[in-house]
Structures are given as C-alpha cells and as structure tokens.
Ligand binder design. Structure first.
Ligand code: FES
Length: 132
C-alpha cells in the first residue's frame, strides 16, 4: 500500500533529548495502529533548525501529483495546495491525537499547532485572519 502521508518527528538534540519527542512518536505509532492507518509512513528527522519551537512534526502528503516541494511554515503564508505542514510545540498526546484525527484522517490542517508569522501560536477558535 502506497503511503498517503509521511510524518516526520524531529529527534534532534532539542526536540529529542530535551523535550522527549520519542514519546510523541510512540503515541503516533499507537494511534495509527489503533485506527488501522497503515498507509501513513512514520519516520524521524534529525533537526529542522527550529529547535526553540519544538518538538516539531512535519506532515507531508504523498500523492501522484507532480511533486513541488512546498512547505507551510510559520514564516510563509498558508498557500493553497501546500503539500507539507510543519507543526510546532507538539507536546501533548492531545496534540498528537488532533494531528491524526484532523490532518491524517480528515485532511484538515490543525492550525492551533502552527506558528503564525508573528511567532505566536494560534489560539483555539481563532482564524488566521483574526490574529494578523
Ligand atoms: S532539534 Fe528539533 S528542530 Fe532542532
């Protein structure tokens, strides 16, 4: 079965050693197995260079469309058709569950786990337009 999404959890010195991102990866594995989402490919990344915002998790959609590497990062606007989303400050198992339920199962970005260009995290119920 071809993967539909690739999920990469950072395990660099800050995300891994200081904030224990291996616990997040274990929770991703547990939820994906529990929900039968075997088409999601889990993996590690050494460091995204965003250590103060960690733990960071990249979710990338995999498909048959032509691949253009586009990231949805804090410093870039949310572009339509972006293939990858970087989540920051992924700390709790609720954060992991939201990524699995909303992004990987329903295809909706979890905006509260994305950092806005101002450097502030989006608050629940706040649209991107509200905080700019
Ligand atoms: S250690 Fe995770 S971004 Fe650097």
């Amino acid at each position: 079965m071809e993967p539909t999404y690739k999920v990469r959890v950072c395990r660099g010195p800050s995300c891994g050693d200081e904030t224990h991102s291996q616990r997040l990866a274990a929770e991703f594995h547990h939820l994906l197995e529990d929900r039968g989402l075997s088409q999601i490919e889990m993996g590690w990344h050494s460091c995204y260079g965003r250590c103060t915002k960690g733990p960071n998790v990249l979710v990338r959609k995999v498909g048959n469309e032509p691949t253009r590497r586009r990231f949805t990062l804090a410093t870039q606007p949310l572009g339509r058709g972006a293939k990858a989303t970087m989540y920051s400050h992924v700390i709790t198992i609720v954060d992991v569950a939201d990524i699995v339920t909303e992004h990987l199962e329903a295809g909706r970005i979890v905006r509260r786990l994305m950092e806005r260009p101002s450097g502030r995290m989006q608050q629940p119920g706040q649209s991107k337009k509200d905080g700019e």
